[in-house]
Design a protein around this ligand. Structure first.
Ligand SMILES: Nc1ncnc2c1ncn2[C@@H]1O[C@H](COP(=O)(O)OP(=O)(O)O)[C@@H](O)[C@H]1O
Ligand SMILES: [Mg+2]
Length: 241
């Protein structure tokens, strides 16, 4: 059974069509990877799955565990089990990281132990969330929040961007361990994190739609060798232009 099904989804943000007939299915228990050049619509797709009001659904459907969530508010989607580690999370002044983690963990997990698995020092718990965090700390903070929330479907939007080699391994291993027995969607720009995270299927986005899907390492190796120009030669992508 599919945990996430997206059918013909077309979305506008600020009057601009950012998604154009997206089809995507993630079966329960699988981890899928989303690749694609800058501006192809990856983050917009994540925002639409989570239900940001700025994402205006023009047509199509999003189903989660068989329930139509297309028009559901964000908090309800979160309660159903969708969790997102954002690409560019804003700092939240006056809200301590520790309080957020304790709220997400609901006393059911040891957030201090979790902080260790993402290499976040516990003195960060007393800091305002994401305020003054470095690029790598921001990514680790986002991943840690998802681990504390324990959603059944976890989305990671470029958790490896701007992360140094040691922390890439830390984050990659933490995500991989977390996704065992769960389902997820991982956006990665250069694919470095796939050294540590086992993925079942990769999808490539172009011009606001999923242009192709296949075996992650095969697709990524081609893109790494020839860039997205390789994809642009594909008749399917050409038709989208
Ligand atoms: N709030 C917004 N206002 C105007 N354009 C937007 C907004 N959000 C996203 N876009 C546009 O939508 C397109 C897709 O962006 P995004 O989903 O962030 O791409 P990706 O994550 O693949 O790099 C881009 O052209 C971007 O400029
Ligand atoms: Mg993005």
């Amino acid at each position: 059974m599919a945990i996430l099904t997206i059918k013909d989804l077309t979305v506008k943000i600020a009057g601009k069509r950012v998604l154009n007939g997206v089809n995507l299915e993630v079966p329960e228990g699988e981890t899928h990877v989303l690749l694609g050049p800058n501006g192809s619509g990856k983050t917009s797709l994540i925002m639409s799955i989570l239900g940001f009001p700025s994402c205006r659904i023009i047509s199509g459907k999003i189903k989660f565990n068989g329930t139509d969530i297309t028009t559901m508010p964000i908090d309800k989607r979160t309660k159903l089990g969708i969790g997102v580690a954002f690409q560019n999370p804003p700092p939240i002044r006056g809200v301590k990281m520790g309080d957020v983690l304790r709220h997400l963990a609901k006393g059911e997990v040891d957030e201090i132990k979790l902080a260790g698995t993402t290499n976040i020092p516990v003195d960060f718990f007393n800091r305002d969330l994401n305020l003054g965090f470095s690029g790598g700390e921001l990514k680790r903070s986002e991943v840690l929040q998802v681990l504390a929330q324990r959603p059944s479907f976890a989305i990671f939007d470029e958790p490896d961007s701007g992360v140094d080699v040691e922390n890439l391994e830390v984050i990659g291993k933490a995500i991989n361990e977390f996704l065992k027995g769960r389902s997820g969607l991982l956006i990665t720009h250069l694919g470095h994190i796939l050294r540590y995270v086992k993925a079942d299927v990769a999808h490539v986005m172009f011009y606001g739609t999923v242009a192709c899907s296949g075996e992650p390492t095969r697709i990524l190796n081609q893109i790494m060798k020839q860039g997205y120009k390789w994809c642009e030669r594909c008749p399917k992508v050409r038709r989208l232009r």
